[in-house]
Design a protein around this ligand. Structure first.
Ligand code: URA
Length: 216
């Protein structure tokens, strides 16, 4: 893929074992949610590494001054409902700087078949914040593009958007980055295929249903 604004987590054994649990169709809701939180911590951490650090210094217990950094950039986590809300806790746990949250509900319109924004709520200052879009699954990229269009209409610059994702399809990543070349993207893994029903393959099924236990 070779784009500097795309971060794919190192495919180490720990991440691979977490992804194997998520992909396993016999994983129950409790285990799925616990494991998704662990992957969430890793992708949120990689996204937070992209924010500019502010130098600071502290006095260590030894009396030595340590020249460090602190997180001070205002960040807004915007969950694309429903599955995106599953990454909110990881962002709350991980970020030590000023943090707020927004929500977007995007669904496919049954007559036009186009992704349509049904609900959005953001902090008033979102246009001057770094925005982490929270969406665990990037399949065709339709909802993701609608979300970014909605954010740009509210004054958010592409350069201030980081799309935070657990599992993407190759074509979803291509679609998103060709429409919005200024954004950044962090993902745990990219799968090759999409089924004829736009399910990521091999994939992990419907993330929201498995996380919230609504798959029967
Ligand atoms: N959304 C999901 O939850 N799973 C997919 O495979 C594609 C979109």
């Amino acid at each position: 893929m070779g784009r500097e604004r795309v971060v794919i987590l190192p495919q180490g054994n720990h991440l691979l074992s977490l992804m194997t649990i998520l992909r396993d169709s016999s994983t129950d809701c409790k285990k799925f949610a616990e494991t998704a939180e662990k992957v969430g911590d890793k992708i949120i951490s990689a996204a937070l590494d992209m924010l500019p650090p502010q130098p600071t210094h502290v006095a260590c217990p030894t009396g030595v001054t340590y020249e460090g950094v602190q997180e001070s950039t205002p960040v807004c986590g915007v969950a694309i409902l429903r599955a995106g809300a599953s990454l909110e806790n990881a962002l709350r746990r991980g970020y030590t700087g000023p943090l707020s949250f927004g929500k977007m509900l995007i669904q496919r319109d049954e007559t036009t078949c186009l992704p349509t924004l049904y609900y959005a709520k953001f902090p008033p200052q979102i246009g001057s914040q770094k925005v982490l879009i929270l969406e665990p699954m990037l399949a065709t990229g339709g909802s993701a593009c609608a979300a970014i269009d909605g954010l740009k209409q509210r004054g958010v610059l592409e350069e201030n958007i980081i799309f935070v994702n657990v599992l993407a399809s190759e074509s979803g990543v291509e679609t998103l980055l060709s429409r919005f070349p200024g954004i950044s993207l962090v993902t745990a893994t990219i799968d090759k295929d999409l089924t004829s029903n736009n399910i990521i393959s091999p994939g992990l099924g419907d993330f929201g249903d498995r996380f919230y236990g609504t798959d029967g």
